[in-house]
Write a protein that binds this ligand. Structure first.
Ligand code: 5GP
Length: 194
């Protein structure tokens, strides 16, 4: 998706060889028009799959996911980070290791909002090791729901996330694929940016 690729190249800040900061349009300040367009693109890809719910994880997945959900005219559901002492009756739950924070969070979704009638489209901002997307897929499985696809805004293709999702037979679509962050520079897949 050209508009997103342009933003990543122009506004992305390389923190180190594995982390890209996108606070200018996605993770702090949000480009609403771009999120709207992202909804259109994922709808063109998954619109015939009978999606009943868009599932993401708080917090940074919510901005794109809500626009995707709006386009599909279905609810946007986000997995919440559970408080340590919360009793999790009435919830599906799983543990997700955070790549950027290097900690593990228990995340929950109420049984009220996900069931075996649902066809779920998982949306997230980044794909690194696939932990967040696989965790969301596990929540869908606990509910007996079907995961029809995974929509990612920025895939870091030098990390193993895509391979892990494909191993789990999940259909992954990424709008921007980053080949490398080496040399303090964003290089997209199939593009040396020279
Ligand atoms: P994964 O779960 O695939 O290992 O990592 C994806 C999750 O970690 C996303 O939900 C995203 O919030 C965060 N993340 C991973 N890599 C990056 C990165 O390079 N930049 C930012 N801003 N977030 C990242």
């Amino acid at each position: 998706m050209d508009a997103l690729k342009r933003k990543v190249i122009e506004d992305g800040v390389v923190i180190d060889e594995s982390i890209l900061k996108v606070d200018g349009f996605l993770n702090h300040q949000i480009d609403a028009g771009l999120m709207y367009e992202i909804g259109e693109v994922f709808h063109s890809q998954f619109g015939d799959q009978g999606v009943t719910k868009v599932l993401t994880i708080e917090a940074s997945g919510i901005a794109p996911a809500i626009m995707v959900a709006h386009r599909f005219n279905v609810p946007c559901l986000f997995a919440k980070k559970a408080k340590p002492n919360t009793l999790n009756e009435g919830h599906y739950q799983t543990d997700v290791h955070s790549f950027t924070k290097n900690n593990t969070n228990r995340v929950i979704v109420s049984t009220e909002f996900l069931s075996d009638q649902d066809k779920v489209l998982i949306i997230d901002d980044f794909l690194a090791n696939g932990e967040a997307a696989l965790g969301l897929h596990r929540l869908a499985q606990q509910a007996g729901a079907e995961t029809v696809g995974i929509g990612i805004l920025v895939e870091k293709s030098f990390q193993p996330g895509r391979a892990r999702l494909e191993e789990a037979s999940l259909n992954v679509s990424s709008l921007c694929q980053v080949a490398s962050l080496k040399g303090n520079k964003v290089t997209l897949l199939g593009d040396d940016n020279d």
